[in-house]
Design a protein around this ligand. Structure first.
Ligand code: NAD
Length: 267
């Protein structure tokens, strides 16, 4: 064939360990399942212990791979540091920083406590997770995938100023780290999802209908009518891009910001 490695060999995650934050549901869990299918050992980190246990069971039953779960509030740096201490000696080869919260709030009503919480979960956690990962693998290199949002590039919804600022910081962090560490064997990229129908998004939609929030309903309709694909995405459609980015198929990609958004940012 002439290739050094076949496509199957390149996509395989056999012998690799993958840590996914926010892995108990949504995009995180969908991603964990694809990595499990590809043979990786999975580390799931999440705030929600019950959902973590459920996620571990479903992955193990379906794919017969090792799944470790870690309950941690990633907004607390000391919990992040404790997590890395816990896994010392068996650090992951791939880190996916996916955990995030999207709480709508009018800019004029935001107080210090609220902003601190959002920035800690959505940005600072990614910062400290990346620092721990890179420190632990300085001689080996590795792959980081951060999860941004279309909102960071094209603020569309109202009441997400705090979220947009945090996610823009995640994208800046991604590019700056790629600048500094790609020569040391790290590949650091970001996916930019938009309109993915996760349990989190479904809950938001339900709350909108239940509270008869007309502005939010209008926003949902405007969002969909702007979408070139005219449909919401499935979490697995993000998961498939994650596994491509983590695999050797993407060996010359670093510092890239990849939209997975049904074309939203293009239209
Ligand atoms: P989700 O709400 O379905 O899942 C997020 C997971 O993160 C949950 O399991 C939650 O328990 C966990 N989490 C939240 N705070 C945490 C904390 N402090 N410590 C540890 N775990 C925590 O979300 P999702 O829709 O799957 O989104 C995943 C990521 O993708 C988020 O960063 C989100 O901002 C981003 N994103 C999603 C969409 C979308 O359309 N769904 C669009 C753009 C960006």
């Amino acid at each position: 064939m002439g290739f050094q490695k076949s496509l199957v060999e390149m996509i395989s995650m056999n012998g690799r360990k993958v840590m996914i934050t926010g892995g108990a549901g949504g995009i995180g869990l969908a991603t964990a399942k694809r990595f499990a299918e590809a043979g990786a050992e999975i580390y799931l980190v999440d705030l929600d212990r019950r959902r973590l246990t459920r996620a571990r069971k479903s992955i193990q039953e379906e794919f017969n791979v090792d799944v470790e779960t870690f309950k941690a509030d990633l907004s607390e740096k000391k919990e992040i540091d404790a997590l890395w201490k816990d896994i010392e000696g068996s650090e992951p080869d791939v880190l996916i920083n996916n955990a995030g919260i999207y709480v709508f709030k009018d800019f004029l009503e935001i107080d210090e406590q609220f902003l601190k919480r959002v920035m800690k979960v959505n940005f600072e956690s990614v910062f400290w997770m990346c620092q721990n990962f890179i420190k632990s693998r300085l001689k080996k290199g590795g792959v980081i995938i951060n999860v941004g949002s279309i909102e960071a590039i094209m603020p569309f919804a109202f009441g997400l100023v705090h979220y947009d600022a945090g996610k823009t910081s995640v994208l800046a962090l991604t590019r700056a780290l790629a600048r500094d560490f790609s020569k040391k064997g790290f590949r650091i990229n970001a996916v930019i999802p938009g309109g993915i129908e996760t349990s989190g998004v479904k809950k938001l939609k339900k709350e909108t209908v239940m509270s008869l929030d007309v502005d939010m309903m209008k926003l949902g309709m405007e969002f969909k009518s702007r979408l070139p694909m005219r449909r919401f995405g499935d979490p697995d459609e993000v998961a498939r891009v994650m596994i491509f980015l983590a695999s050797d198929l993407a060996s010359y990609m670093t510092g890239a910001l990849i939209p997975v958004d049904g074309g939203f940012l293009s239209a």
